[in-house]
Design a binder for this molecule. Structure first.
Ligand SMILES: NC(=O)c1ccc[n+]([C@@H]2O[C@H](COP(=O)([O-])OP(=O)(O)OC[C@H]3O[C@@H](n4cnc5c(N)ncnc54)[C@H](O)[C@@H]3O)[C@@H](O)[C@H]2O)c1
Length: 360
C-alpha cells in the first residue's frame, strides 16, 4: 500500500542478545525475568507517534521490559533518528503510516505484524508551531486517529491509553488544575485545533467505554521536556536553550510572569507506564506533570545560568489565548499510581541542554 513501509529488523537475535537504552541514556541488558517471560507470552504494545519525542522514550522503556513493540508514525513531526538505536532489535517494528486515513488497509498491514495487548495513542502534532502549521492533520489524528486506536483495542480486547493534554484546560480560570476542572477553551481561536480535538478525543474515549466497555484511560500531560525534542519545535524549552547556546537574546512573551511547570521525560514515562498498567485508571482522566511552578522569567534565568551566558531578553507580545498559569494537581496519580516526578528542573535541564548541544 502506498505510504506504508516497514523497516525490517536488521538482525534477528535471541533474547539474550538484546541490548537496550533506557530513557536516561544508560545502556542496560534485559533482566533474567524478562527473558523467561519471553519464552511464554511476550506482552506487546502498539505506540502511535512512536518516532516522536515522548513516543520514542516509550519505545525504549517497553523494549527494555521485553515487550514486542510496534511504532506507527507518519513522521510528520517525528524522526526515524529517534528510534534508529533500536532498529536492529528483533522485538521492534516500525510502520510508517498516517493513522488518520485508509483504516481498512492499515488494520490489515498492522495485523500482518501482530495483534497487540496495549495501544498507546501518542500520535499528534504537539507544539503550538506544529499544530498551527497543520491544524487539519491535528484535528484528524485526535478524532479519526483516536477512533482507529479505540477500534483496534476493542477488536483485540486490548487496553488503550490516550495521550491528552493540559491544553484541554485552556486558559484556566481555576488554579491549579485537577481533573474535575472542565477548562476554559476558546473553540475558534488559533489553538482550538489542538485543544478542541484533544477534548473531542477524550469524549470519544469515554463514549467507547460507555458503548463498548473499552478498557481505556486518558492522561492529561503537562509540559514535558528532555532529550529528542526538536531544536526548532517552537516549545519554550528548546527555544530558550538554543537561543542561550547561540548567545542570542531569549524571546520572552509578555512580561515573563506567566507560569509553567516542566516535567522531565523519564518521570513522565514512569507515570504513563504505571497508568497503563493499572486497572484503577480505567475510565478515568489522570493528570501527569510536575507541580513545581516557575515563571517563564525564572526559567530563562536558569537556562542561562546552566549554559553560562548572561540573560538578554527580546520581549514579544503574548500570543492570543496563551495560558497565563498552568499547574497540575497530581493527587490522583499519587494515590492511584504512587507516582510523582523525581527529577529536578536543574538536573533535567542539564541533560536536555547536553542533548541539544549535539549538532543535528
Ligand atoms: N510534549 C509535551 O509536553 C506534551 C504535552 C501534552 C500532551 N502531549 C501529547 O503527547 C503526544 C506526543 O507528543 P510529543 O511531544 O512527543 O510530540 P511529537 O511531535 O514529538 O510526537 C508526535 C508524533 O506523532 C506522529 N504523528 C502525528 N500525526 C500522525 C498521524 N496522523 N499518523 C501517525 N503518526 C502521526 C509525529 O510524526 C510524531 O512522531 C501528543 O499526542 C501530544 O499531544 C505532549
Amino acid at each position: 500500500m502506498p505510504g506504508i513501509y516497514t523497516i525490517p529488523p536488521l538482525r534477528f537475535g535471541t533474547a539474550s542478545d538484546i541490548t537496550v537504552w533506557d530513557v536516561m541514556g544508560n545502556r542496560s541488558r534485559q533482566t533474567e525475568s524478562s527473558r523467561i517471560r519471553r519464552r511464554w507470552k511476550m506482552p506487546s504494545v502498539l505506540i502511535t507517534g512512536g518516532a516522536g519525542f515522548i513516543g520514542s522514550h516509550l519505545v525504549d522503556h517497553y523494549l527494555g521490559q521485553g515487550y514486542d513493540v510496534l511504532a506507527v508514525d507518519n513522521l510528520v513531526t517525528g524522526a526515524l533518528e529517534n528510534v534508529a538505536h533500536v532498529r536492529d532489535n528483533a522485538c521492534f517494528k516500525f510502520l510508517q503510516a498516517d493513522i488518520s486515513e485508509n483504516h481498512d488497509a492499515l488494520v490489515a498491514e498492522i495485523e500482518k505484524l501482530g495483534r497487540y495487548d496495549l495501544v498507546l495513542h501518542f500520535a499528534s502534532p504537539a507544539s503550538p508551531v506544529d499544530y498551527a502549521e497543520k491544524p487539519i492533520q491535528t484535528m484528524a489524528v485526535n478524532s479519526r486517529g483516536t477512533e482507529f486506536c479505540l477500534k483496534l483495542a476493542v477488536r483485540w480486547n486490548a487496553r488503550v491509553l490516550y495521550a491528552s493534554t493540559s491544553e484541554t484546560y485552556g486558559d484556566p480560570l481555576v488554579h491549579p488544575q485537577d481533573e474535575s476542572y472542565w477548562g476554559n477553551v476558546n473553540p475558534v481561536g488559533p489553538r482550538s485545533c489542538y485543544d478542541e480535538s484533544k477534548r473531542f478525543g477524550e469524549a470519544l474515549v469515554m463514549s467507547y467505554i460507555r458503548v463498548h466497555d473499552a478498557d481505556a484511560r486518558i492522561i492529561r500531560i503537562f509540559n514535558t521536556y528532555g532529550p529528542r525534542m526538536r531544536k526548532n519545535d517552537g516549545r519554550v524549552v528548546p527555544n530558550f536553550v538554543m537561543q542561550a547556546l547561540q548567545d542570542k537574546p531569549l524571546t520572552i512573551y509578555g512580561d515573563g510572569e506567566q507560569t509553567r511547570s516542566f516535567c522531565y521525560v523519564s518521570d513522565l514515562v514512569e507515570g504513563i507506564v504505571r497508568c497503563a498498567a493499572s486497572e484503577k485508571t480505567r475510565g478515568l482522566v489522570t493528570n501527569l506533570g510536575n507541580p513545581e511552578e516557575h515563571t517563564i522569567r525564572e526559567f530563562a534565568e536558569m537556562v542561562c545560568r546552566i549554559v553560562d551566558v548572561p540573560l538578554n531578553v527580546e520581549p514579544m507580545p503574548l500570543p492570543k489565548d496563551d495560558p497565563t498559569r498552568r499547574n497540575p494537581i497530581i493527587a490522583r496519580a499519587k494515590s492511584l499510581l504512587d507516582w510523582e516526578p523525581k527529577v529536578s528542573l536543574e538536573e533535567g535541564l542539564s541533560k536536555t541542554i547536553d542533548a541539544l548541544r549535539i549538532p543535528a
